[in-house]
Design a protein around this ligand. Structure first.
Ligand code: SF4
Length: 455
């Protein structure tokens, strides 16, 4: 299994696979350089990274990573100044040494070469002053901000020999809950506690919740247009005003709560599109769904006390982490590999299971909710207009959040028995993603990306 510390990461927008992952790869490469005579750095982006580099801010991410910046701690407001300085000087400081790196020439978008292992591949070369390659590293950005060396098998925090609960499938997870009498959230917490003190995991959960809620608040307060040539108008602030003005009206529309859920998701994804601070959940493109559903749980569901609300939110995220981990392990959470079903679909499935757990669902009901959450996202393509994580991504998160709540509600009305298992839908998602034409997998070469004329 994958640790929730790996699945929920604080980062910056707009993309986990195209921004967070490449920044981490660049930072790792720069930090590991050992040769003293490095005169220039050259970076080559392949596949989906090359096709959507500017729209997904991969170029900026690489510059920041080489400069030693970390997605978790970099100040989003300082990014513009750092990047402008490196572009104007043509040099980046690595390990205290000024090394030539002119993004216009040294950041290459190779759209011809098909990367052999993963569609999101990037290569770093350290050159001497005659152009000879002294060091080279190739990384794959495999979704959700995870990176791996191209020739390495992926390591996961849970592949420890003495995990109390070992499972690689939803069926295995349910077996563990049956045998132990524990909830899914308790099983995940027991595994996390084998890695670090329980208090640390609880503090991390609180931090993740705080960052998610702060992102919603920032999104609600920002207006204007999003970066990029589409000039997409931010709507969360105006929509918020509108919804608040209706709070005092007696006759509320039955779908009024849905408007709030959409608003929360849109607020987060507008922040993400603007390069703000978000939590990968499990990716940045789908970062609005879990905060929106978590906020719905916090603000619209009845709670006995503040302590029970906090416990419910912890159970939500722990359960969502188990579900996201199963998708990552057995399918993919990368839009470049399996389309948007792997991002918005997975986030919706995680949120559905998380909400069902927080509302007291049994493990079977939670598994059912997660299954419904994905079943009705199967086949969803990734076709961001202009390569920007804006259209259809922002609204798509609103729909993913509403579907998640519907899925949890349907599951909680049943007894957990159902026809399609979560494992079957995960397998179906992986196979559908493999069969999907590459034009619909984060290349902006098909779908809305070609049918919507850019202004
Ligand atoms: S369409 Fe979906 S997978 Fe593609 S960039 Fe947007 S949110 Fe991510």
């Amino acid at each position: 299994m994958i640790s929730l510390f790996d699945l929920f990461k604080v980062g910056i927008g707009p993309s986990s696979s195209h921004t967070v992952g490449p920044m981490r790869a660049a930072q790792r490469f720069a930090g590991a350089l050992t040769r003293p005579r490095v005169a220039r750095i050259r970076v080559t982006l392949y596949g989906s990274l090359a096709w959507t580099a500017q729209g997904h801010a991969t170029d900026i991410a690489v510059i920041l990573g080489l400069a030693g910046k970390n997605p978790q701690t970099v100040d989003p407001d300082a990014v513009g100044g750092i990047v402008a300085r490196i572009k104007s000087t043509g040099h980046v400081t690595i390990q205290g040494q000024s090394i030539a790196f002119e993004p216009a020439n040294d950041l290459i978008l190779d759209r011809e070469t098909v990367p052999p292992v993963h569609p999101n591949t990037l290569q770093f070369d350290a050159l001497d002053d005659t152009g000879v390659v002294l060091e080279r590293a190739r990384f794959c950005s495999v979704g959700g901000g995870f990176i791996v060396h191209e020739d390495a098998t992926e390591a996961s925090g849970y592949n420890q020999p003495d995990m109390p609960f070992d499972f690689v499938s939803a069926a295995g997870l349910l077996d563990q809950t049956r045998a132990s009498g524990l909830t899914i959230a308790s099983v995940v917490m027991a595994n996390e506690t084998a890695l670090r003190p329980r208090a640390e995991t609880e503090a991390y959960l609180d931090q993740i919740i705080d960052v998610m809620m702060a992102c919603v608040e920032r999104g609600l307060s920002h207006s204007g247009t999003l970066p990029g040539r589409l000039k997409v108008r931010r709507r969360a602030a105006a929509l918020h005003e509108r919804l608040r003005s209706r709070e005092s009206v007696n006759a509320q529309a039955a779908h009024g709560i849905m408007d709030w859920i959409s608003l929360f998701a849109i607020a987060v994804n507008e922040e993400n599109a603007a390069g703000g601070r978000v939590v990968t959940a499990p990716t940045n493109g789908a970062a609005g769904i879990i905060p929106a559903v978590l906020r719905y749980y916090r603000d619209f569901c009845p709670h006995a006390s503040a302590a029970s609300t906090r416990q419910g939110m912890h159970d939500f995220l722990l359960t969502a982490a188990a579900i996201g981990g199963l998708f990552k392990l057995n399918a993919s959470i990368s839009g470049a590999e399996v389309g948007c079903q792997g991002e918005v679909g997975v986030a919706s499935s995680m949120a559905a299971g998380g909400l069902a757990a927080a509302l007291g669902g049994t493990p079977l009901q939670v598994e059912n909710a997660a299954e419904i959450g994905m079943e009705h996202h199967l086949g969803m393509t990734c076709d961001p207009v202009g390569g920007l994580v804006q259209i259809p991504c922002i609204e798509r998160n609103a729909f993913g959040a509403i579907k998640a709540i519907n899925a949890a509600s349907l599951a909680l009305h049943g007894d957990g028995t159902h026809h399609v298992s979560l494992d079957q839908v995960i397998r179906t998602m992986a196979e559908t993603g493999r069969d999907m034409n590459h034009r619909y997998k984060e290349t902006s070469l098909g779908g809305l990306a070609v049918n919507l004329p850019e202004c």
